[in-house]
Ligand binder design. Structure first.
Ligand SMILES: NC(=O)C1=CN([C@@H]2O[C@H](COP(=O)(O)OP(=O)(O)OC[C@H]3O[C@@H](n4cnc5c(N)ncnc54)[C@H](O)[C@@H]3O)[C@@H](O)[C@H]2O)C=CC1
Ligand SMILES: O=C(O)C(=O)COP(=O)(O)O
Length: 409
């Protein structure tokens, strides 16, 4: 499969899920005007139809770019996830088609950490239940079951960008922070890594999840783990809905084993704001339910829009793949008066020697060459004299093992 480079107005960009205006502005400023914009995710049929015509797609957490959907993405060169998580994209299927995936790994970290901090303060005071009672005309003026944060133990599962940010904020309130992570991590401040998940669960006053969706995190908090949590403790999940068994959480809330919960992410989430939200946690007063808005602040969304749009622009303009999620990373200068051949190939013996032989047999002068590989993919970039660009592209496309080849003018 190969793509030639096109005039910018022919490069079709599909933006879904209401990515921030800052992304549109950045793309327009860079000369990309052929943009189709949707405020919501698309149903699979429509997504397949639209993606088959797109060169770039921008999504958030809702759009599932499965192997089936990507099978139809024959013109697609890059995917921009305007969020942190990339679990909604079949990364192997994207790599196999030479499609680069970018995300915004830090732009909404602070927003999630702040939301969780606010939730844990409210839950420690029993505010959600008191608030609900007031709305119904009730009046629960009581200190019973209400606590300050000082000295309480926060157990963080997943001590990455968000977990560490939360750790620092929680310590500033005088909380004791412990964490569990599959990787040995340098604790910030006075935080402590705990080697056993069971120990973290059974000793923490608040448990907060900050792991990605992977095979190892799927249902990592099941009925057994919920039962190991300290009586009356608080459970918070703003990571991914597949990580925790919400039926078990709901049962523990009803029985009083858990004192409260805040949940932002769900195994099945409505596709848009007009679809009904269904969850076993509905109707429980001491549970804060939020519609997957951990990263939804004006600051975060604006920054994400700029960051991911810039990554797409740099890849489209010069071939740079720095900070790609699934791809060999190459930082490239602008190609001056040359033509630039981008050759994505299977990383196996013989491909490079074949490419070099082609250049020498056809007397094509290479003025710059860059190569990076991952285990499965090779990404080779060659600058050639402008008059030789078309010939060079035609020849490298024929190399066995070629996944995708393009020329940038
Ligand atoms: N609710 C929302 O709107 C948002 C949700 N998120 C979710 O939060 C997740 C975490 O984000 P970051 O902190 O930026 O990710 P990160 O990659 O910086 O940190 C994740 C941490 O989890 C650890 N981990 C992985 N598997 C584990 C396991 N089985 N057990 C224990 N630890 C494990 C990793 O070693 C790493 O330290 C994202 O992947 C995303 O799914 C992110 C942003 C917004
Ligand atoms: O950044 C993430 O991983 C999130 O979960 C945020 O997703 P969203 O962009 O709000 O759909």
């Amino acid at each position: 499969m190969s793509n030639n480079s096109l005039d910018k107005d022919k490069i079709k960009i599909l933006l879904l899920e209401g990515v921030h205006q800052s992304a549109l502005d950045a793309l327009h400023d860079a000369g990309y005007t052929n943009i189709e914009y949707h405020k919501t995710a698309l149903a699979e049929d429509e997504l397949i139809e639209k993606i088959s015509e797109a060169h770039f797609i921008g999504i958030r957490s809702r759009t599932q770019l499965t192997e089936k959907v990507l099978e139809h993405a024959n013109k697609l060169v890059a995917i921009g996830c305007f969020c942190i998580g990339t679990n909604q994209v079949d990364l192997d299927a994207a790599s196999a088609k030479g499609i680069v995936v970018f995300n915004a790994p830090y732009s909404n970290t602070r927003s999630v950490a702040e939301l969780v901090l606010g939730q844990l303060i409210l839950l420690l005071r029993g505010i959600p239940a008191k608030n609900a009672a007031c709305h119904r005309g009730g009046w629960i003026k009581s200190a019973v079951g209400s606590y300050e944060t000082r000295g309480k133990r926060l157990g963080i599962i997943g001590y990455g960008s968000i977990g560490t940010q939360l750790s620092v904020l929680a310590e500033s309130l005088g909380m004791e922070v412990c964490f569990y992570d599959i990787v040995t991590k340098l604790p910030l401040g006075n935080a402590r890594q705990i080697k056993s998940l069971k120990e973290l669960l059974s000793t923490s006053d608040i448990i907060s999840l900050h792991v990605p969706e992977t095979n190892s995190t799927k249902l990592m908090i099941g009925a057994k783990e919920v039962s190991q949590m300290k009586k009356g403790s608080i459970f918070i999940n703003a990571s991914r809905g597949t990580v925790a068994d919400l039926d078990a959480v709901a049962e523990a809330i009803k029985s009083g084993n858990l004192g409260g919960a805040a949940v932002d992410v769900f195994p099945v989430e409505p596709k848009g704001n007009d679809e009904e939200f269904v969850s076993p946690l509905r109707g429980l007063d001491n549970v804060i339910l939020t519609p997957h808005i951990g990263g939804s602040t004006m600051e975060a969304q604006e920054n994400i829009g700029i960051e991911v749009a810039e990554k797409l622009i740099k890849y489209s303009d010069v071939g740079t793949t720095t900070a790609a999620v699934n791809f060999p990373e190459v930082a490239l200068p602008a190609q001056a008066d040359n033509h630039r051949i981008l050759h994505i190939h299977e990383n196996r013996p013989g491909v490079l020697s074949k490419i070099n032989a082609i250049f020498s047999e056809n007397n094509i002068n290479i003025t710059g060459q860059y190569l990076r590989t991952t285990e499965k993919l090779g990404y080779m970039v060659m600058d050639v004299d402008a008059e030789e660009g078309e010939l060079a592209l035609e020849k490298v496309k024929e190399v066995d093992g070629t996944v995708k080849a393009r020329v940038l003018f």
